[in-house]
Design a protein around this ligand. Structure first.
Ligand code: ZN
Length: 432
């Protein structure tokens, strides 16, 4: 099997196991467990050993893993960051809305910025976490839910009721986007379908259920396509393909001169401002704790961060064949032409000439092509994790990602070979 086949088949498994942020974090920690990483809990005392491999989680939806240098106290951190969340729909409390003839819809709230109409007429289901009663009010239990069978659909209005639908059709998030979960058989089911589902899926009693963080996902699995299987299409490629590349590289890299870190944050799609997001003190606290537990002083810490480097990995817009005019005339990345270095004059990205040069050299050493993305000057672009972290920690780094089509659609498309290129560049970074 070719290396690109191995990585892409593994990415397909990763995407299918990760319908939402919580399950993505679980899939990442399962892989870390299998690779011999030790789970640490923020509330416990830690014993760190030189050359050891560890990870922490936050809110069941963010994961930071690290492999200590063989000397113990870090002289430099090599960090790759990505995010676990994707745009979609979250189920509101008291969600069930029973209408005519017993048809039940779920009341949902939009999370982040999905392309709404890509969610119509698909077999959807539910995943996330359910919070159960614990021993004390301050310690409820959390349990993951992944309903695998198709369960819901957001049916589109027939064209016969709106002949102008193909000329542009503004959508209401509250009226147009509610999914149907089924029809009630009897009055006992009225308002209780979701509770019945949770109880039967998790084998718990209704009294145990206190709350939930549940979202919709598209049950259509990830797959390859194209005459030569050159593309991969799936939900959540932004940013789970980068999370997969980061965890794969952390596990496969072997050089223990430096401390290697992989940070997968949640809530990037809503601005990162949560306790499990990149704007939280999570990363800063972890680095300080590693430094002090390995005998470092405050000065050692500041010396180490000052010569550290971060790759902020979040996907980029590849040139769309139908809309080449949307891209910058001289810096437009293509699917299949390698990792994309993202640059913005107004500093939405952390990339500067020096950090771009670092990553470019890493790509050259890995034998991987690279390309640049800069916004068309009349188009406002997005932002990502890098700058949010550098506002707290004195770090240099680069923003990069894979070129994809249809970012924030329920299905995005990326290139198979790019995924191998990116993993190779990440392994080279950790080993350089
Ligand atoms: Zn992203």
């Amino acid at each position: 099997m070719k290396q690109s086949d191995k990585y892409i088949n593994d990415l397909i498994d990763f995407l299918n196991a990760s319908p939402v942020n919580f399950l993505a974090a679980k899939e990442i920690t399962d892989r870390l467990d299998k690779a011999g990483f030790q789970r640490l809990s923020a509330e416990d005392s830690w014993q760190l050993h030189p050359g050891g491999s560890y990870y922490i989680t936050k809110n069941d939806s963010a994961v930071i893993a690290f492999r200590l240098s063989r000397e113990g106290m870090p002289k430099r951190y090599k960090i790759i960051s990505a995010h676990s969340d994707s745009p979609g729909f979250r189920i509101k409390p008291k969600a069930e809305m029973t209408g005519e003839n017993g048809v039940v819809r779920l009341n949902t709230e939009v999370y982040g910025g999905p392309i709404l109409y890509t969610w119509f007429d698909r077999p959807l289901s539910i995943a996330g976490r359910v919070i159960l009663r614990g021993e004390t009010p301050l310690s409820p239990r959390s349990i993951l839910l992944h309903v695998k069978r198709p369960l819901l659909i957001i049916p589109h209005l027939a064209i016969h009721f709106n002949r102008a639908v193909n000329d542009g059709n503004p959508l209401s998030r509250q009226k147009d986007m509610l999914p149907v979960i089924g029809m009630i058989n009897n009055e006992l089911e009225n308002g209780n379908l979701l509770q019945q589902l949770i109880c039967s899926e998790l084998n718990v009693n209704p009294e145990e259920i206190l709350d939930f963080d549940l979202s919709l996902y598209d049950t259509t699995p990830a797959c390859l396509l194209g005459m030569h299987d050159e593309f991969i299409t799936s939900g959540r490629i932004d940013d789970l393909s980068m999370a997969h590349a980061a965890v794969t590289a952390l596990i496969e890299s072997s050089d223990d001169d430096d401390t290697r870190i992989m940070a997968i944050f949640d809530n990037e799609e809503t601005g990162s401002g949560t306790k499990q997001g990149a704007a939280s003190p999570l990363m800063m606290n972890l680095l300080r704790r590693i430094n002090s537990l390995t005998g470092g002083t405050e000065e050692d810490f500041q010396k180490a961060t000052a010569c550290s480097f971060m790759i902020s990995a979040d996907n980029a817009h590849g040139l769309h064949p139908n809309y080449p005019e949307k891209q910058d005339p001289t810096n437009h990345p293509y699917l299949g032409n390698g990792p994309v270095i993202k640059i913005n004059a107004n500093c939405k990205y952390m990339t500067d000439a020096e950090s771009a040069a670092v990553y470019r050299t890493i790509c050259e050493n890995a034998g991987v092509p690279y390309q640049y993305f800069v916004n068309h000057s009349d188009v406002a672009g997005g932002s990502t994790l890098g700058n949010i972290l550098t506002s707290q920690i004195d770090l240099r780094g680069v923003d990069m990602g894979a070129a994809i089509w249809a970012m924030h659609s329920v299905r995005e498309t990326a290139s198979v070979i790019d995924h191998e290129y990116i993993i190779r560049s990440f392994i080279e970074f950790y080993n350089c």
